[in-house]
Design a protein around this ligand. Structure first.
Ligand SMILES: O=C(O)CCC(=O)C(=O)O
Length: 378
């Protein structure tokens, strides 16, 4: 009796442990199955990106228990909340500036990717597009009708006080190209963007429409960020991302929603006779901040007056792509983290000729909204 009563609590503890582990297992596999049923494409996409050796089965279980790496990978996916397994983002940091790496974004062809900055990581790839693709995007944009650009992004200086064209924050024309599944050219470019950034194709498909922009001589876009700068006001982090709300007017940005553009891929669609460089005045200056340089004299966010100096500068060239991170990756959740004010960038004055570019933004949902459907997905 005495012995029995001593063993009894242990058995109960063991039983409880078994029930707990079984329940965890069931909850986990239920979550996985639910998620994969809802989104089997994304599951396979993640497996393709994350598991190039094919160690895991479709339930993220190790197929080759004798291989240590396989077991480690399965263990990673078997712990932590669901968002950690499925919605995490990639973040690649170069060791140095001008570091070259070979990448394969088109089967059978190698492209060279060159790092232009470390913080934020900015990369350049020549011949990312073909001549025909560049011409096609320009023609599609012209056909859809170009209109005067408004104040998109997060501009620092107040436009209404502008006196000369140099002080106007943006002088360009633009249009949006919606991602249409029948458009083979655009979809093939987006496939490449997924390989380039190693972000799931699904994120790219669900992101905003492609923005095509043209500048004539004198045209420019002063320093701005492509995403909402939560560094200026941490409360902004609580706002949902604009692409999952219905309040999508530019006026609403910052009050009912925020822009969550994790990565920008900028495509150069033509050769510019003179000028039109893309400048990043704060890249690799971790100790400088927008507020300082915007209020200093000279104002380095004014790219008509200051294009060059110590800024990272990229010359436009037909077929070239550059891309960079507008946010960090959150170390705890593996999801989109704080915005990077040092991603401030813009287009310097076009001095001669016309400049055509296209922006592909990769929108990513933050931790508190990772389970909300994107409006681009309906
Ligand atoms: O024209 C450029 O080089 C930069 C364009 C840009 O920053 C934008 O469209 O957001």
């Amino acid at each position: 009796m005495f012995v029995g009563s001593q063993r009894h609590p242990l058995s109960i503890a063991k039983m409880l442990m078994v029930i707990f582990l079984t329940t965890c297992g069931l909850v986990w596999s239920h979550q996985v199955n639910q998620y994969c049923e809802r989104d089997s494409d994304h599951c396979s996409e993640l497996l393709r990106l994350e598991d190039p050796h094919g160690y895991l089965d479709k339930h993220f279980k190790c197929k080759y228990p004798e291989v240590a790496e396989c077991q480690q990978m399965a263990a990673f996916y078997d712990t932590g909340p669901e968002y950690q397994r499925y919605e995490h983002v990639t973040y690649f940091e170069p060791d140095d500036v001008d570091e070259e790496s070979d990448i394969i974004v088109v089967p059978g062809k190698t492209h060279t990717m060159i790092s232009k900055a470390i913080y934020p990581p900015i990369y350049e790839v020549e011949d990312f597009l073909t001549d025909e693709e560049c011409d096609y995007i320009i023609e599609r944009a012209k056909a859809s009708g170009m209109t005067q650009s408004g104040g998109l992004g997060v501009n620092i200086n107040v436009e209404s006080q502008s006196k000369t064209s140099e002080d106007v924050s943006r002088i360009s024309q633009q249009t949006l190209l919606y991602i249409n599944e029948n458009d083979k050219v655009v979809n093939s470019i987006l496939d490449r963007v997924s390989k380039l950034t190693r972000m799931p194709r699904k994120y790219i498909q669900e992101s905003e429409a492609i923005q095509v922009v043209s500048y004539e001589a004198g045209g420019h876009y002063h320093g701005h960020m492509d995403t909402t700068d939560t560094d200026l006001d941490e409360d902004l982090e609580e706002l949902p991302c604009c692409h999952q709300t219905q309040c999508q007017s530019d006026l609403d940005v910052g009050s009912c929603c925020r822009v969550c553009r994790y990565i920008t891929v900028l495509l150069y669609l033509n050769d510019v006779d003179e000028g039109g460089e893309t400048a990043f005045p704060l890249a690799d200056f971790p100790d400088k901040y927008i507020q300082e340089i915007a209020t200093e004299t000279p104002d380095f966010t004014n790219l008509s007056k200051h294009c060059g100096g110590d800024s990272v500068i990229v010359k436009p060239k037909k077929r070239k792509a550059i891309w960079w991170y507008n946010h960090e990756k959150d170390a705890d959740t593996g999801l989109i983290g704080a915005s990077i004010p040092h991603s401030l960038h813009g287009g310097c004055d076009v001095k001669k000729g016309t400049k055509w570019v296209a922006n592909i933004w990769i929108n990513v949902l933050p931790y508190n909204h990772w389970d909300k459907p994107s409006v681009f997905n309906v």
